[in-house]
Design a binder for this molecule. Structure first.
Ligand code: SF4
Length: 226
């Protein structure tokens, strides 16, 4: 497997935010989001080639009950499900952060999937209003993954403006996502939108959405790698 880094920190996002966590970042991503905060994970040839037992041992050596397999897009690497299975077999809670473009059902059912759904404007922010209809589906999300989501899974949207928020709220409702996933988050793109505005929009929507924050950036700054 190609591994960019393995490190201990505080989980900064989602329902497990605040828990000490060991992160395993796999190399390579099939998307190029405009606000990507982990470009170090995009290169499929990045990081170091490491054998699965070595990766498992290094991850468990972190000593945290919670482990997070992330990227890049970790499901690009065929060994990802086996890695997740080995970490679960060691008795740890395991999250997999993914962009939802690849099949989720390859992962063990005991893992928690945290799916980051990209808006139609994620790569095309320069398009003026009206060019893409507000009911445009997420172009990179694998629709069949909706059926694979369950109560232990989380879905998050990162938005930069009111247009992207309205789209996320509408699609979460029309797709059935709000009924399937355990938690649906909407967060503000770091440095591009005040999270307080997203909080106001969530309250006004009266939908069962949660405000997503990135505690690691609040604690240590956006440039931190921990
Ligand atoms: S899917 Fe994630 S890692 Fe890949 S480009 Fe987008 S934000 Fe970056």
């Amino acid at each position: 497997m190609r591994i960019v880094e393995i490190f201990r920190s505080i989980q900064g996002e989602g329902t497990q935010a605040g828990r000490p966590c060991t992160f395993v970042r796999l190399a390579g991503c099939n998307l190029r989001c405009a606000w990507c905060d982990t470009p170090c994970g995009q290169d499929v040839a990045g990081g170091d080639e490491r054998a699965l037992p070595d990766v498992v041992a290094a991850a468990l050596a972190g000593g945290t009950p919670l482990l997070c397999v992330t990227g890049g897009e970790p499901l690009l690497q065929p060994g990802c499900p086996e890695l997740v299975g080995a970490l679960l077999a060691a008795g740890r809670d395991v999250q997999v952060f993914t962009n939802g473009s690849l099949p989720l059902d390859v992962l063990p059912a005991a893992a928690s999937r945290v799916v980051d759904v990209k808006s139609p404007w994620a790569h095309r922010q320069d398009l003026p209003d009206g060019v893409l209809p507000p009911d445009t589906p997420p172009p990179h999300f694998r629709t069949a993954n909706l059926a694979a989501l369950g109560p232990r899974d989380e879905v998050k949207f990162v938005v930069r403006d009111r247009r992207e928020f309205d789209w996320a709220a509408a699609w979460a409702g029309s797709s059935g996502l709000l009924d399937r996933a355990g938690t649906v988050w909407i967060g503000a793109a770091w440095g591009l939108l005040d999270p307080a505005r997203v909080a106001d929009w969530i309250l006004a929507s009266r939908l069962p959405l949660r405000l997503g924050l990135q505690w690691h950036k609040i604690l240590w700054g956006a440039g931190t790698r921990r």
